[in-house]
Design a protein around this ligand. Sequence first.
Ligand SMILES: [Zn+2]
Length: 66
Amino acid sequence: MKGSWTHSLPLPPRQYTCRHPGCCQSVQSGEGWPFLKDDQYEIWFIYICPQCNRPTFFDHYENRVP
Ligand SMILES: [Zn+2]
């Protein structure tokens, strides 16, 4: 998928396997968005797959979607 997400940010590089259909590659991404929780120290991330440009969500406990 060619194109670009607007206003994405540099993030700490993360290696993961993209689970989106038609991609399913092991990738390293350093781009997406952080979520900073107000009431406690907890950071969530949305990373953009550099192969298919689809997003993957990771919470503080490494739970992910998809
Ligand atoms: Zn992908």
